[in-house]
Design a protein around this ligand. Structure first.
Ligand code: BGC
Length: 360
């Protein structure tokens, strides 16, 4: 009887032991585990805000192309300038077993929650082009945003050292707009203080929208009886709006207009003298390095970065910031055309052949 009971107890023990789950769960969401196999194909999520501006289409295509090139799977989502849509898309990406998450945020503050969620799952996060207000990001990769703001303002001041200025900033939800604004105002400050220039109007423009920039420019012109010498505009899309507002009043080419992105329409406007300058930010190196960095992070490898100070959070985050170039009528050929970023025929499309520089 006693022996029977012992046998029963022993077999019951083994039954329970076998049914119990293993001590370490085989969780496919665990990036550390997934990355342990160097031959496994990695998966990167890229949550974009928009592809409206031409540059973002380039980011999208270059990102995808590089993933293909290095045999990494990438899933790209586009939020159409809606913060909630982006949050849902990121939630969704996080259920797909991604090894790294790259976010070009719509809203710098809101995106911090997305970073928290990813990091809670052990997934590394890259803040792409736009700085996310989170101390937890593994990398901020962008162009030198403060330098872009500085170069735009310096160019304006050099070419219009006196007069009335209108400042057209980007979206207030985007750190790029804020960082550029601060850099621009720092450059202009001495001229403002001495009274050489006067900022007669300034505004953040929702979602960097060209139509809103046009309205704002029209109001500023009306309020100042068209007496404006410079529109310091933070990207090419909005510069297009300002150029239209100037055209309506017969002011084409008479007022300095800045921009950023080296978008084709802006380059054509520069060639025709309708826009004064832009800032060229090569996109392929940005997208390529973002993908490469995501792969390294997913494999737990170290990145070479420099610290960037997030003024709002008062913390340094690891950053890679790429160089930018000022482009105006004088160097179109030596910059964007030479680089193959834009084609000669496209840039000078609206310029009579006799007025074009010699074809390379
Ligand atoms: C980017 C610009 C772009 C703008 C509007 C900014 O964050 O840096 O290149 O023109 O967003 O999409």
């Amino acid at each position: 009887m006693k022996i029977k009971a012992i046998i029963l107890a022993i077999s019951a023990y083994f039954m329970i032991a076998c049914a119990a789950p293993p001590a370490t769960s085989n969780n496919s969401q665990n990036p550390a585990k997934k990355s342990a196999d160097p031959n496994r194909k990695l998966k990167i999520g890229f949550a974009m805000d928009t592809v409206k501006e031409e540059r973002w289409q380039r980011d999208h295509d270059a990102f995808e192309a590089h993933c293909k090139e290095i045999n990494v799977e990438c899933v790209i989502t586009v939020a159409d300038n809606q913060a909630d849509k982006q949050a849902n898309q990121v939630d969704n990406l996080l259920t797909q077993g991604i090894d790294a998450l790259v976010i070009a945020p719509h809203d710098a503050t809101q995106a911090a929650t997305m970073v928290d969620k990813a990091k809670a799952q052990g997934i590394p996060v890259i803040s792409y082009d736009r700085l996310i207000d989170s101390p937890k990001i593994d990398l901020y990769i962008s162009h030198q945003v403060p330098i872009i703001g500085k170069k735009i303002a310096e160019y304006a001041l050099e070419h219009k050292p006196e007069g009335n200025y209108v400042m057209v900033y980007g979206a207030s939800t985007d750190n790029n707009a804020l960082i550029m604004k601060n850099a621009q105002l720092e450059v202009l400050k001495p001229a403002v203080d001495s009274g050489k220039i006067k900022i007669v109007a300034e505004q953040f423009i929702n979602d960097w929208r060209p139509d809103l920039a046009l309205n704002f420019a029209e109001n500023a012109l009306t309020q100042n009886n068209d007496n404006i010498q410079a529109f310091v505009v933070s990207n090419d899309g909005m510069a297009g709006g300002v150029v239209s507002a100037l055209a309506k009043r017969g002011l084409t080419g008479k007022v300095l207009v800045t921009g950023q992105d080296a978008g084709l329409e802006a380059l054509q406007n520069i060639a025709e003298g309708k826009q004064t300058m832009t800032v060229y930010k090569p996109i392929i190196p940005l997208a390529t390095q973002a993908v490469d960095s995501a792969v390294k992070l997913a494999r737990g490898e170290a990145l070479t970065t420099t610290p960037f100070h997030n003024d709002k959070l008062k913390v340094d985050v690891p950053a890679i910031l790429l160089e930018v170039t000022v482009v105006d009528k004088s160097n179109l050929m030596d910059t964007v055309i030479k680089d193959g970023y834009a084609k000669y025929e496209d840039v000078y499309k609206n310029v009579p052949e006799s007025d074009r520089p010699k074809k390379p």
